[in-house]
Design a protein around this ligand. Structure first.
Ligand code: FES
Length: 80
């Protein structure tokens, strides 16, 4: 029986996307189709704030710029 590992992506609160699981099955490329090597990694963090200097990966800059994820901004808008 073959066990199929899923890939799970979680939008962390005011931070990156945490992606884990069968990363050797995930094809992550740049705009030119060049693949990022992920097979040796158990978990990656993808920037969603736009401030990372190591895109597409998070380098922690979201904390320095006070990034607030869109879903938090939308909730605040509806509460105010
Ligand atoms: S989400 Fe961490 S640097 Fe952008």
């Amino acid at each position: 029986m073959e066990i199929v590992m899923a890939i799970k992506a979680v939008a962390l609160k005011d931070g990156p996307y945490q992606v884990e699981g069968a990363l050797d099955e995930l094809e992550l490329t740049d705009a030119d189709g060049n693949r990022y090597e992920l097979a040796s990694k158990r978990r990656i963090f993808l920037c969603r704030c736009g401030a990372s200097e190591t895109k597409p990966f998070c380098d922690g800059h979201h904390s320095k710029i006070g990034f607030q994820a869109a879903e938090a901004a939308v909730k605040a808008e509806h509460q105010g």
